[in-house]
Design a protein around this ligand. Sequence first.
Ligand SMILES: *Cc1c(COP(=O)(O)O)cnc(C)c1O
Length: 355
Amino acid sequence: MYDIKVTKATELRPKPDDESKLGFGKLFSDHMLLIDYDEGLGWHDARVVPFGNLSLHPASNVLHYSQEIFEGAKCYRTAKGFNLFRIRDNFERMNRSAERMGMAQIPVELCMESLFKLLEQDKEWTPHRESTSLYIRPTMIATEAVLGVSASKSYLYYVLLSPSGAYYASGLAPVGIYVEDQLVRAVRGGVGNAKTGGNYAASILAGAKAKHNGYAQVLWLDGVEQRYVEEVGSMNMMFVYENRKIVTPALNGSILPGITRDSVFKLAAGMGYDVEEKRVDINDVMADARSGKLTEAFGTGTAAVVSPVNKIAYQGEEVHIGDDGIGAVTQKLYDTLTGIQFGTVADPYGWITQL
Ligand SMILES: *Cc1c(COP(=O)(O)O)cnc(C)c1O
């Protein structure tokens, strides 16, 4: 049991009155969680406080050298209460990110207990409308105020809660994706498998280029040969062959190991689909889309769960996948996974924590 101090907000923030207009990550709940770390002292002063601005020294390491990591999870409102999904996995991944970024480890139990304490205050911020949720954003930043480059000796861990709308207003919406063959998101040996802001900064220009060309997302290729599929936008990528086999790029150090990726794979295997992790050559993807062997494709991530892909553009050619709609396999995996999250489908994997 950790000592976590709670200071209740005296002025409560207005809850959204129209849950159909929530969007993503724009509103925040009444409280936030903060925990400090100092070398020698370890993690201390865990506290739930009224939501508000942070005060940082302008030389803080994070503002110059980007020692920063984050996580993304959701709290779901169910008929019986509230569900968290594989939340311990998020905190374990956060510690792997911390290791790669040279940052302090934070005990998973401290993360769990302090999140429960924050949710005790603010779980009613979880929206009611179908497919909405309370987005959970754990973050760790380096706060040492020194311009010399080295691992920070102090860190701030904090958690924000943000009521978020249904990702799809009216059913799953397929998107077109643009294969980026110049810019790369991450390289072998780099920080692609850490959930760190720098990977997002590296992706923004290509994202704008894809949108400019009329595509919703970037399909990232590997940073060495620029030939093997890595991720789509900030999601993991899945390909369905002949309606029965699901293939995803094998984790290689530059791909973020998504919890949704892992969950979809386990569900698919449990449903009897063939599943395979391997290197996926973009030239094969294009050929298999042309021949019709590639029957569905989709991205996976916490925000959208799955995002169907109906066309891929690569080096001036555009190929269509399946019948341009939402594939049956994609829909089935989406329904099952969201069913487990919202407590309407049994959870044989022990993924759910009920509040
Ligand atoms: C967070 C993230 C994902 C998806 O991970 P989930 O655990 O499924 O939400 C995929 N790619 C990148 C780059 C990410 O940051």
